[in-house]
Ligand binder design. Structure first.
Ligand SMILES: [Zn+2]
Length: 137
């Protein structure tokens, strides 16, 4: 899954580079317009792939963002995993959720984080389901 994602990101990246080079050449208005549109499409496809690496996980992620720490703790996890919102960095840290109150939502916490690796402000916060990471066997 990770390898497939990396391959797809690289393909988008190659396309973007190619379109950018094309835009530097002599083009008709129509060609330029077409390439700029393709460039934007590649960019947004790349961004959404980076933000939502597993297809179909988008709804789940949005649902997770809305839940409160009380609900998080009741469903098991006492710790959170915080990902840098900059997909090029993707730095992540695990933190203890104990410092925040029950009615705090994960989405409330996201803007509060600044990445220690790249300084980017804003993060994706998810409950850390440790039993899921370790498998059920
Ligand atoms: Zn970062």
């Amino acid at each position: 899954m990770i390898e497939e994602k990396v391959a797809r990101l690289r393909a988008y990246d190659n396309n973007i580079t190619r379109y950018r080079r094309l835009l530097e050449t002599d083009l008709s208005d129509l060609e330029r317009e077409f390439i700029e549109r393709r460039l934007n499409e590649e960019r947004s496809a790349m961004k959404s792939l980076a933000n939502h690496p597993v297809s179909g996980s988008r709804d789940l992620m949005q649902r997770q963002q809305k839940i409160t720490l009380k609900e998080t703790r009741e469903s098991g996890p006492t710790r959170l995993i915080v990902y840098c919102a900059d997909y090029k960095c993707a730095h992540s840290v695990v933190i203890d959720a104990g410092r925040w109150g029950d009615d705090v939502r994960l989405s409330d916490l996201e803007p509060k984080f600044t990445c220690q690796a790249c300084g980017h402000r804003g993060a994706d916060v998810r409950p850390l389901f440790e039993h899921a990471l370790m498998g059920t066997g």
